[in-house]
Design a protein around this ligand. Structure first.
Ligand code: ADP
Ligand code: 5GP
Length: 185
């Protein structure tokens, strides 16, 4: 059983790496977060996120339904508590993809969590990836400014992974997962 928390900078490739990891290890259970951010084209409610109104998000949060929650890049994001506890209880491998603050908050509640920080090889490459993904210019600037603060926290993470070559980065995360599975209970 492993609890992997994947965080890092925006556009570093967290989502891409997690998707590859799930293909390689189909038994992994991935936590779908709740968010108030608008749905992007191609996203499906319940698959990438539970897209909630601010009112519904606040109701869920105030009833204790979130393991952690934060405002990230101007919107609310949170991890529904119940499903994570159920899957950990069942001994499943659980993967959360969160922002840096959320990852550190999860470690406070679930100290067995292993925290990964994913970064792009350079700021120029990070910007290229955000542009390539179709993010708006003002969104890119805002995210990169917040990311400078996040980068100062890499020392709090168990592993820092530079996503230059995607296959190599996925191999690295996969090896971490396999080592955690072999760890004595
Ligand atoms: P994040 O989830 O960290 O915000 P994404 O997974 O959405 O980032 O990736 C941002 C963009 O970068 C996507 O267009 C993705 O296809 C691309 N990308 C991811 N990993 C690499 C890589 N190793 N090399 C080049 N492009 C990549
Ligand atoms: P995006 O809007 O690009 O999908 O995600 C923006 C940021 O929110 C990313 O850094 C992502 O990891 C983070 N995020 C997604 N879900 C959660 C969550 O449940 N909690 C926290 N704290 N951050 C989240």
């Amino acid at each position: 059983m492993a609890l992997l928390v994947v965080a890092g900078t925006s556009g570093a490739g967290k989502g891409t790496i997690v998707a590859r990891l799930r293909q390689r290890h189909p038994g992994i259970w991935y936590s779908v977060s709740a968010t108030t951010r608008p749905q992007r084209p191609g996203e499906e409610n319940g698959r990438e996120y539970l897209f909630l109104t601010t009112e519904d998000f606040v109701r869920l949060r105030d009833s204790g339904g979130l393991l952690e929650w934060f405002e990230v890049y101007g919107h609310l994001y949170g991890t529904p508590r119940g499903p994570v506890e159920e899957h950990l209880g069942a001994g499943d491998d659980v993967v959360l993809e969160l922002d840096v603050q959320g990852a550190l908050a999860v470690r406070e509640v679930l100290p067995e969590a292993t925290l990964l920080f994913i970064r792009a090889p350079s700021h120029e490459e990070q910007r290229r990836r955000l542009e390539g993904r179709g993010d708006r210019a003002d969104t890119i600037e805002a995210r990169m400014a917040v990311d400078e603060e996040y980068e100062a926290r890499t020392g709090d993470f168990d592993h820092v992974i530079v996503n230059d070559d995607l296959d190599r980065a996925v191999d690295e995360v996969s090896a971490i997962l396999e080592a955690l599975r072999r760890r004595p209970a």
